[in-house]
Design a protein. Structure first.
Length: 298
């Protein structure tokens, strides 16, 4: 992508009027824009993008940076954050967007974070925020606050992995139900319908790290339980060749570690350094060729 710095625009008049009418006492994101103004500007992120080759940037980096912070505040996945930009007028206010702005594709957030990590620019997100808070006297001497931004990026990364495994198990259960609804009703616990019925992007994932970890392990254990039921029961042998069940098996290998030794049984969520490289890692149960990787523009 080619760098093209743009000045930070004012909040469009229509957006300002509608937001102030809807939130006469203000809200978190109205106050965020009012108090901080443009926290980030494009020149902060110039090193992340090519100066002379590639395609033009679709979304200004300062907007992606601010969305990343708001995404962490709300505990949203990339899909949910991109959807919030499209539908929430207070987010449009904070981002200085017209109410009719269609937003952007959620994959741009992943690309932005990858660039931050690759160019060691993640610290800029938190540093600028802390500097602004300090200038307003909101951070006091010897107070307690995080001094790194890696926990922000790590939390969002975990949310997106959870979205992947949720949707993968959901797709496998749906295909199994279509292929043999009677067998599926007898093999699938009733509580799975509530957990794995809705699409992953509509599922509000927990904010607490411990709850996210527990949910990840639960999803992994349920996925293995489904695969074990299909492989061990004679009346399910004809369902082993379903494509989405094979996708489930592949993604579970990439995302989980399983010990099946008697007395040592364990299902563990893989740490980031235990995952396969991004060029090999499956990112969607519906398109196995999708990968997040660095492309060289010539």
């Amino acid at each position: 992508m080619t760098w093209r710095s743009e000045s930070i625009p004012l909040v469009p008049e229509t957006t300002a009027v509608m937001v102030k009418a809807a939130f006469p006492k203000g809200n978190l994101y109205v106050e965020l824009h009012t108090e901080f103004g443009a926290i980030y500007d494009d020149d902060q992120f110039a090193a992340l993008y090519s100066q002379n080759r590639g395609r033009w940037l679709e979304i200004a980096p300062w907007r992606l940076a601010l969305v990343t912070v708001m995404q962490y505040m709300e505990g949203l996945s990339d899909r949910q954050a991109a959807d919030a930009v499209r539908r929430c007028m207070d987010w449009k206010y904070a981002l200085s967007l017209e109410l009719s702005d269609p937003g952007f594709n959620f994959t741009l957030l992943h690309d932005f974070r990858e660039r931050l990590v690759r160019h060691e620019g993640a610290q800029q997100l938190l540093d600028r925020l802390l500097e602004t808070c300090k200038a307003r006297g909101w951070i006091k001497t010897r107070g307690k606050q995080r001094t790194d931004s890696t926990h922000v990026l790590a939390a969002i990364r975990t949310l997106n992995r959870l979205e992947l495994v949720l949707e993968t198990l959901r797709a496998a259960l749906n295909q199994l139900s279509e292929a043999d609804a009677r067998w599926g009703r007898g093999a699938v616990p009733l509580e799975w319908y509530e957990l794995y019925g809705p699409r992953a992007e509509s599922y509000r994932l927990p904010k607490e790290r411990s709850k996210r970890a527990a949910l990840a392990v639960q999803i992994g254990a349920d996925g293995y339980a489904l695969m074990d039921a299909i492989s061990s029961r004679d009346d399910a042998q004809h369902r082993r060749c379903l494509p989405d069940l094979e996708v489930l098996r592949c993604i579970w290998i990439q995302q989980y570690y399983r010990c099946s030794e008697p007395g040592l049984e364990e299902v563990r969520w893989r740490q980031n350094n235990e995952e396969p490289p991004s060029a090999l890692r499956i990112q969607s149960p519906y398109d196995l060729d999708v990968r997040y990787c660095t492309k060289a523009f010539r």
